[in-house]
Design a protein around this ligand. Structure first.
Ligand code: GCU
Length: 326
């Protein structure tokens, strides 16, 4: 009898614990987050930070696994998957997202932002919120903006001091009509290539050069296959973290609040990481590549003025709205 009672208790305890595990298991939400940069990149690091904080804040109920290095696809493919709902979250550069949300190509307008402070005022302000609204209209929700600094030219033919130096150079850009127009306005011949193919395109001479921010150049080791880096800082094209809108809408209000809170923290984390890595990247690039500063950028700014004016209508007054942010 005693044996029977103990056996029954053990049985009941086993069943109860199995039910608890089952119930907990049932409540766990697993999500995948794709990125196109190496895991050490500021944005990717912020994704890991984000995943960790989400786990902490939800007591392990929301588990996000980060896949860096374009293992789930390049930037365009990642966004495509998030929009289609086959991937929950991904990083996105406005230079690629514009294929799904045309208005975000406004951020590729050359010399649009006065400085970093202006850039963040725009992203964190009314314009940033309105743009996030357009992104929602395309079935995705912007969780947080990711600093992606200023983009400059690097190439294997000559140092660039004025737009004249770009004449005839084949320069790789992202999938953005505005970037293509900007290159043409500056005299270069643009071509679109996915980010993970730039190294070999530079190495084999398929392109003469490309343009990007220092941490991306350093982390992808493009400096190993580029002779000159010319700091003209022609555009500041932000990245962001996206989540599929249906996935978002299925979350409880409490879970959404945690996402919002943790997203704010991750944006700050990425900002700090960016500042640190940008400086370090320049030092690393200087070891392999000749760096030329361009203290007076007025020739570049003049060369793209007509383009800026012609883009004004296309972007429904957003260029002026952005410029008006003080
Ligand atoms: C930046 C950006 C990436 C983007 C890349 C590119 O590094 O952070 O998200 O894919 O530029 O030039 O394609």
């Amino acid at each position: 009898m005693k044996k029977f009672i103990i056996g029954s208790i053990v049985c009941v305890l086993f069943l109860v614990s199995a039910l608890v595990v089952f119930a907990a298991g049932e409540n766990i939400i697993s999500m995948r987050l794709g990125g196109d940069q190496p895991a050490e990149a500021p944005g990717e690091k912020s994704h890991s930070f984000f995943a960790e904080r989400m786990k902490e804040e939800t007591d392990g109920q929301i588990i996000i696994t980060v896949y860096s290095n374009a293992v789930l696809g390049d930037n365009l493919e990642l966004i495509e998957q998030v929009q289609a709902g086959v991937l929950e979250m991904s990083t996105a550069s406005m230079g690629w997202l514009n294929s799904f949300v045309p208005i975000v190509d406004v951020f590729s307008t050359p010399y649009l932002f006065r400085d970093k402070e202006h850039y963040w005022k725009v992203l964190d302000g009314e314009v940033g919120r309105e743009i996030a609204g357009y992104i929602e209209g395309a079935g995705m929700k912007l969780l947080y903006w990711i600093d992606a600094g200023a983009r400059s030219f690097y190439n294997n033919v000559r140092p660039i001091y004025t737009p004249d130096d770009l004449k005839g150079l084949k320069i790789r850009v992202m999938g953005s009509e505005v970037m293509i127009k900007t290159m043409k306005a500056l005299g270069a011949s643009p071509t679109t290539t996915s980010f993970d193919e730039v190294y070999s395109a530079l190495q084999t001479g398929i392109i003469d050069g490309a343009e990007n921010n220092p941490p991306s150049i350093d982390l992808m080791k493009h400096n190993e296959v580029a002779k000159y880096f010319s700091v003209d800082e022609h555009m500041m094209v932000p990245d962001c973290l996206l989540i599929n809108l249906d996935v978002w809408n299925k979350l409880t209000e409490e879970q959404q609040d945690i996402f919002i809170k943790v997203s704010k923290e991750a944006q700050e984390f990425a900002k700090e990481e960016w500042a640190k890595q940008e400086e370090e990247a320049l030092e690393i690039i200087a070891k392999t590549t000749e760096i030329n500063e361009i203290p007076d950028k007025s020739d570049f700014i003049e060369a793209v003025k007509p383009l800026q004016e012609s883009l004004s209508d296309q972007f429904e007054g957003y260029i002026e709205k952005i410029q008006a942010v003080k």
